[in-house]
Each structure stands twice: as C-alpha cells, then as structure tokens.
Write a protein that binds this ligand. Sequence first.
Ligand code: NAD
Ligand code: UDP
Length: 332
Amino acid sequence: MLILVTGGTGFIGSHTCVELLKAGHGVIILDNLYNSKKDTAARIEALGGGKLVFYEGDIRDRALLDSVFARHAIDAVIHFAGLKAVGESCAKPLEYYGVNIGGTVTLCEAMRDAGCKAMVFSSSATVYGSENFVPFREDMPTGKATNPYGSTKIIIEQLLRDLLASDPDWQICLLRYFNPVGAHPSGQLGEDPNGIPNNLMPIISEVALGRRDCLQVFGGDYDTPDGTGVRDYIHVVDLAQGHIRALENIVGAPGCAIYNLGTGKGLSVLELVRAFTEATGVEIPCKIVGRRPGDIAYCYADVSKAKRELDWEARLSAADMCADVWRWLLRQ
Ligand code: NAD
Ligand code: UDP
C-alpha cells in the first residue's frame, strides 16, 4: 500500500515509517518540521531499507494536500501531525485547536475529495480522563479533558466518528497510545523535543546527561505501592509495529475501530527510574515534590482487544526502553 504519513519525521512517526518500509509499503511524509528535522527522512530510509517521498508542508494547507493526493495514488493516511505539549496547550489553546482540529478537518476534506477514506489516527490514553478505572478498556466512555490538548483528542475522535456516520465508506482506526518511550535500537532515531520537556523519560534523560540536578517526582502520596504515579510505558518500536497491524486490518474494512496500544502493565515513577539506572548504570537523583495538577494515580491499558483483533502485543521491556534511550542520547 502507499501511505501518507503526516508528522512522519516526528518521534512516533519516524519509527512507524521505518516499520512501513520494512513491511514493503510505500511512504509519503508530510511534515512542516515544527518539531522535527528534515535529515530524519534519510535515516528512516536507511533503517527501513527503502525510499520515501518527503513534502515539507502543513496539514492546514489544502492546496498542498490536494496536489499530494493528485500526484500519488494514496491508499491510506496515518495521521500523527499535531501539537502535543499539555502545558503549552493551556497557554496557547488557539494554536492547539487550530493545528490539531483545524488541521484534521482540512486533511479529511482533502481525503474525501480525493476518494481516500482510510485513516489511522494518533489518539491518547488521555481521552479516558479521570472518571474511569484502570485498566482502561476501549468500550469505556471517554472522560473529561483537563487541558486543551486532551480536548483536541476527544473532539477529533468524535469528529471522525461523525464523519463515518455521514459516509459509511470511511475506514477509521483510533489508536490510543499510553506512554510512548524508548528509541530505535540502532540509536539513529529517538525523541528530540523542542523547548523544555514535560514528560518523564525526556526529563530523566536530561538528568542523566547532567543538564538537570535531579528529577522532581510529582507526588509521593498516591494510593500506589510506592506512592508515585503509575503509567503504562510502551517502547516506540512496539508502538510503531502496532500501527502496521492496525493499518493492514482496517484498510478495506469500513467502520471505526479503537485500540489501546500499551503493555497492559503499570510502572511507577520510581520503578522507571530504577530500570533506567539498572540499564545504563547512571544514577538519577530524585526529589519528591507536590503532585502535578491534573495527574491521576494510575493509567494503564487493557490490551486484550489489540491482541485478539490485531494479533499484536508489546514485546519490549522497560530495560529495552531505557537502554535504547541511552544509546540514542549518547549518539547526539
Ligand atoms: P512529535 O512532535 O515528535 O511529532 C509530530 C510531528 O508533526 C512533528 O514532526 C511536527 O513537526 C509535525 N507537525 C506539527 N504540526 C504540524 C502541521 N501543522 N503540519 C504538518 N506537520 C506538523 O510528536 P509524537 O510524540 O511523535 O506524537 C505524534 C502524535 O501522537 C501526536 O498527534 C501526539 O498528540 C500523539 N500522541 C503522542 C504521545 C506521546 O507521548 N509522544 C502520546 C499520545 C499521543
Ligand atoms: N512525572 C514526574 N516528574 C516529571 C515528569 C513526570 O514525577 O518531571 C510523573 C508524572 O507525575 C506521571 C509520570 O511521571 O506520574 C508520567 O508523566 P508524563 O508527563 O510522562 O505522562 P502522563 O502523565 O501524561 O501520562
């Protein structure tokens, strides 16, 4: 199949493009390089063992999208492009609604007019909100977002369901990622956030590289075994492979399928720090501070649906995630 990958030079997109090439699919990337670099495309080609086509441009640019669809017989879109920093979304809601929702509307319009109606969308465990109980299952009602970023994911999921209701030919897959971490085992691809990171693994990385004195652990008094927050960390290569399975499953099968992509196992902040030290030998000084507003104690997936319907499950361990991040950091 020939796949248009929006946001394909980003963290998850780049790993997914490698897996697409390895599986023999054609890849066209559309990315405005807001949070990634153009030379990533060459590294994807080298790791995936194939050529791709790269367009530098914005998903809100309808004329560009039309020209891409006119030039290539695209079978499906994997839609990663968007803004993703929770804190920044509170300061810049218009940018988040504009890029994430406005961009998705423009992309869907271009797809509809080109007759390409298969989309895999990057959603998030954040849509479960704080009202549901772990493990989160796909048939639970979505919760209430605590920030504009989360709102955009809930709204886009609804938008895509409404689109399907209006035209039953659409083939939609909503992938709800848990906590993607790790890097390509070659050390050639990884997470390279612009600005100040908020997520745990990029902050552990900064401490490991000596750029921060210590990790501030947000809350030591949760009702969890060691008092720190529990999340479902998933290796980005496992996550990328989940996209291939999802794509191959939904194309030609109209409807809206929803899958959690996680490991199904929760790890506390301190357990992840310990895994990092065991994998790398690098000590991460920690200081317990107050809870971060909006955080919940537990977030992990029920992954049985993806296993049953996609024949997919995460295989890589926390040790793999940490060792691969460290290899990527040392090559920077
Ligand atoms: P990323 O920032 O590394 O990748 C996003 C890519 O989209 C970047 O290359 C960026 O340059 C591009 N982009 C941004 N705005 C664009 C626009 N208007 N037009 C074209 N390209 C644009 O992020 P990521 O971690 O790879 O996340 C990919 C998707 O997965 C996002 O939709 C994100 O919300 C979602 N997601 C990520 C996580 C996570 O923890 N990383 C968790 C859940 C969901
Ligand atoms: N966390 C932390 N210190 C940090 C960043 C995160 O203790 O500097 C904790 C956070 O409270 C949560 C876990 O690490 O329990 C994962 O946070 P992240 O922001 O990576 O993911 P999310 O909370 O969005 O699942």
